[in-house]
Design a binder for this molecule. Structure first.
Ligand SMILES: Nc1nc(=O)c2c([nH]1)NC[C@@H]1CN(c3ccc(C(=O)N[C@@H](CCC(=O)O)C(=O)O)cc3)C=[N+]21
Ligand SMILES: [Mg+2]
Length: 287
């Protein structure tokens, strides 16, 4: 039996309809949810992701504005733009597309975004709140992954989830979210010894390494659930994940594709967070 493919594309389409309905309800109360994106420089991949976000906002009834600025912008100038957006009542979410050029501190930028508008869920206050199980904006990729797992009724409680990768935007927070769902969580990374011994114990394996073909079927136990977070360009310029799809498909119970897997869910949860932020802002005003 070959794995069931979890289509992020389909789930994203369905979830975006729900987000759209929530945006329409807000519009009826006089508020259009608004997302501000700052794109520094002209990196083709970053530009393409930002266009994807704009299109998704348009389709969901979210107002979006993209500020495209020169790669030479100073840190101070960028901080000033964020400060202005923090004070702008029509903007409920602020996203500064990463990575940023060397001369700008990503930490400083992230920490300047108001935690109430941090729809990426990257601000240390939101990360901390997530860690202690309080309500917060959840990082979009991890949030999307949990949403995908739940959509297939995959049991999280008591399951062994193994994460390969420990980045602040994917690996670490996805482990935390799964822990909050009562999974048993193990992290693997580049210094991990005997990685296969660990990954072969995983009921759920999250692969966020950034290396094409990093993972084949020898890493997994039969019927494991495999989530591929990789976004790599192969030698033909095609988008590929970290997982050898055709090999792993024959052994896993569920598997996510690239493209059409985690990526579309990431954008969807950004839309969700933005509408949620607008709702919270309105409730603070009207109670
Ligand atoms: N502040 C910030 N927040 C982010 O959320 C953020 C970021 N910076 N920097 C870059 C990464 C990357 N990222 C992706 C989102 C969607 C797809 C996506 O939709 N991918 C499609 C394919 C898109 C294509 O074909 O190029 C798919 O996997 O099917 C991919 C990557 C968000 N990021
Ligand atoms: Mg890593």
């Amino acid at each position: 039996m070959s794995a069931e493919i979890i289509s992020g594309k389909e789930l994203a389409a369905q979830t975006r309809l729900e987000v759209k309905e929530a945006a329409e309800k807000l519009a009826a109360r006089g508020v259009i949810p608004g997302l501000a994106v700052i794109l520094v420089g002209e990196d083709p991949a970053s530009s393409s992701y930002v266009r994807g976000k704009e299109k998704a906002c348009r389709e969901a009834g979210i107002h979006s504005e993209v500020d495209r600025v020169s790669v030479q912008i100073t840190e101070q100038e960028l901080l000033k733009k964020i400060d202005k957006l923090n004070k702008n009542e029509n903007i409920h979410g602020i996203l500064v597309q990463l990575p940023l050029p060397e001369h700008i501190s990503e930490d400083k930028i992230i920490e300047t975004i108001s935690p109430d508008k941090d729809v990426d869920g990257f601000h240390p206050i939101n990360i901390g709140r997530m860690m202690i199980g309080k309500e917060s904006f959840l990082p979009c990729t991890p949030f999307g992954i949990v949403h995908m797992l739940k959509s297939k009724n995959i049991k999280l409680e008591g399951s062994h989830a193994v994460i390969i990768g420990r980045s602040n935007i994917v690996g670490k927070p996805v482990g935390q979210l799964l822990l909050n769902e009562n999974a048993t969580v193990t992290y693997c990374h580049s210094r991990t010894r005997n990685m296969k011994e660990i990954t072969r114990q995983a009921d759920i394996l999250i692969v966020a390494v950034g290396i094409e073909n990093f993972l084949d079927s020898t890493f997994i136990k039969k019927d494991a659930v495999v989530i591929d977070v990789g976004i790599n360009r192969n030698t033909e310029g095609k988008l590929v994940g970290d997982v050898n799809f055709t090999d792993v498909k024959e052994k896993a119970s569920f598997l996510t594709p690239v493209p059409g897997g985690v990526g579309p869910m990431t954008i969807t949860m950004l839309l969700y967070n933005t509408v949620n932020s607008a709702e919270k802002s309105l409730n603070r005003k009207q109670g």
